[in-house]
Design a binder for this molecule. Structure first.
Ligand code: PSV
Ligand code: MN
Ligand code: MN
Length: 388
């Protein structure tokens, strides 16, 4: 696309959801370095997410993790979010942090534990009914550590049964996105280790079940843009958890480790015309900020996604098709590299001015006094949820 007005219109319409847990304290199993000013509850996480939206103009919703973000009255939290100018987005059930889940949640050999896990998933659909969320984002830590520990086959049956029960409970405008992860916390098998397993279950379930691609959940060397393209082909790409990785599930800022990979993924998304907010593909971040300040890190992450998408929108599709058809390998590759090498920051700054926001959102954050305000108002902020 060479028409800058059309590129800006597409970028203006795009929606990127931030995760509530990224605003809380996080760290590694060695140490959590608490930061001043982090939210003490779900309301303050929503307030921070609203600040990211005010600064970027393209992050109008926040994903919740239950029970990390459990509140007494979700209708009240929904109203609070609306007053702040954002909506509550995907609901992420948590079936991995209780002793009962040691041997798994929906795949656990104990029927009582499976029931408990399924009931939590169903409860999360009840919450969606109140918050108006349309996405149930499922990730299962289930798996085994040793050969023979449990039956791989029977665990798949239990998984299918649980997914079916939850699927049947979904409302007309609700979907379940099934995330996969190739290892961790288990090291012999994960019950949903890859996009193929997720895809197969989603195909068996029906149209309201789709695959969630977390960019940090693949083996090194996996070609993510390839699998994204295949999922799109079958209408099974439900959305993303964006982050970046150098080694495993690092959860670093999206676009930090490998901006070229992000661009290559964005190219396939632009080609399939699914950047639009009504495309059915959800763009969500799933990150934690262990060293850097949280709010500006989320702003930076949103900008990184925008920059990758802007470059992808600038790919000369006609020139690319001509070169591909002619079998001109270098010319085709050159078309992509030209777009990737374009400095899109002036275009994005121009877009922000047109949107009535500061062209430099990070500088605007530092000038806003927001960090000073939250540091003085909030004592003893909440840990994101892991290893608390
Ligand atoms: C698991 O690694 C994951 O990617 C899932 O999306 C969880 O919901 C999230 O991280 C937070 O732990
Ligand atoms: Mn994830
Ligand atoms: Mn993860």
């Amino acid at each position: 696309m060479n028409d800058h007005a059309a590129v800006k219109a597409a970028l203006r319409a795009m929606r990127i959801e931030t995760p509530s847990w990224a605003y809380g304290n996080s760290g590694t199993r060695f140490k959590v370095f608490a930061q001043a000013g982090v939210p003490r509850n779900a309301y303050e996480k929503v307030a921070d997410a609203a600040m990211v939206h005010r600064l970027t103009g393209v992050a109008p919703s926040v994903a919740l993790h239950i029970p990390w973000d459990r509140v007494d009255d979700f209708a009240d939290l929904t109203r609070f979010a609306a007053d702040q100018g954002i909506a509550l987005g995907a609901i992420n059930p948590n079936v991995f942090q209780e002793n009962d889940y040691k041997l798994g949640s929906v795949c656990n050999p104990d029927a009582r534990v499976r029931r408990k896990a399924i009931d939590h998933l169903l409860e999360c659909v009840d919450i969606m009914d109140v918050t108006g969320s349309s996405v149930l984002s499922l990730w299962f830590a289930d798996g085994t550590n040793y050969a023979g520990q449990d039956s791989i086959a029977v665990r798949q049956d239990r998984l299918a049964d649980a997914l079916r029960e939850v699927y049947d409970r979904l409302g007309a405008d609700q979907r379940m996105l099934v995330e996969y992860k190739f290892f961790e916390p288990h090291f012999y098998t994960m019950d949903v280790p890859d996009w193929g397993t997720s895809f197969a279950h989603c195909m068996a379930l029906g149209d309201k079940a789709q695959v969630l691609v977390d960019t940090g959940h693949h083996a090194p060397g996996t070609n993510i843009e390839f699998l994204v393209t295949v999922l799109l082909r079958f209408g099974k790409l439900g959305g993303f958890h964006f982050n970046s990785r150098n080694y495993a599930d690092d959860d670093l800022m999206v676009g930090a480790a490998d901006p070229f990979q992000l661009f290559r993924i964005a190219h396939e998304l632009v080609r399939a015309d699914v950047i639009r907010p009504d495309s059915g593909v959800e763009y969500m971040l799933d990150q934690c900020h262990n060293l850097e300040a949280k709010v500006p890190a989320l702003v930076r992450s949103v900008l990184n996604v925008q920059e990758a998408v802007a470059k992808a929108l600038l790919v000369d599709a006609d020139a690319l098709a001509t070169a591909q058809q002619a079998g001109d390998v270098l010319a085709a590759h050159g078309v992509l590299m030209d777009a990737f090498a374009t400095d899109v920051r002036p275009l994005l700054a121009e877009l922000r001015e047109e949107m009535g926001i500061d062209p430099d959102p990070i500088a605007a954050y530092h000038a806003s006094g927001y960090q000073r305000k939250i540091e003085s108002e909030r004592a003893d902020g909440q840990q994101a949820g892991w290893g608390a």
